[in-house]
Design a protein around this ligand. Sequence first.
Ligand SMILES: [Zn+2]
Length: 267
Amino acid sequence: MKLDKNVEVHPGSPNTLVYEGRIVIDQGGKNSSLNLEAEVQLATHGHMDHIAGLLGGKIKFLPPEDMWALSLLGRRAMTYGFSSRSSSVFSYDLVKEPITDSISTSLPSEIQPVKLPGHTPGHTGYIVGDTLYAGDAFFGSKVLEGFVFPFYVDFWSAMESLNLVKELLRSLDNVVISHGPVYEKKKMEELLEFNVRYGEKLVGWVKEAISQGGTAEEVVVRVMERTGRGNELKPVNIILNSVTAKSILSQIAREIRVESRGVVYLG
Ligand SMILES: [Zn+2]
């Protein structure tokens, strides 16, 4: 799908952007098998579904704060919060091999990086031409409602990053995200706004869930149940959503105490 004469997007999860047929951003998921003959391969962050391109390409770039993604153990640490030997819990381990090729620390000048932390520490958007590739800074509405909690290791930084994307869009023609539809600018701005509002709603749901106290995992279960996602209550979903929940809870809880069930947050 062509966005303009220099920008092509291969839809997928993630959507993979190709600029001038030689600069590739976030090749992963089902797009891993595309033979793109990239000169430069960029990953917005180190998650398993965004880094397959770093196994190929001539020049490779990964934000320095996400370099622990070079090993499987590091990738698990930044996704689930821990690693161990193989387990059914690690269901997002799309890339199992270590990335051993050297990763460049400086970018060609035609690519403008924009730090959009929150989803991961180093999460970075890239401006090529008049398009911002915003990676996992925000999500399609179905993705958001499906997972219930957007994966933000720092929810509050992620919300600030959304404001930065909003500002940047004033002077750009297009924005592309990794997981969600590829729309023209106006609809993407609406989707961005939807993500901001959703984040506010989520904080409200988390607050309600701790009115009588609750652990992070209990909060996740309660919020997923109230949003009609009770059938998605799988261990890996609870583990991933607890990361975002803890980021929210650590800010909004009036009191944090220990009970026999664990760390209990009180609203
Ligand atoms: Zn990600």
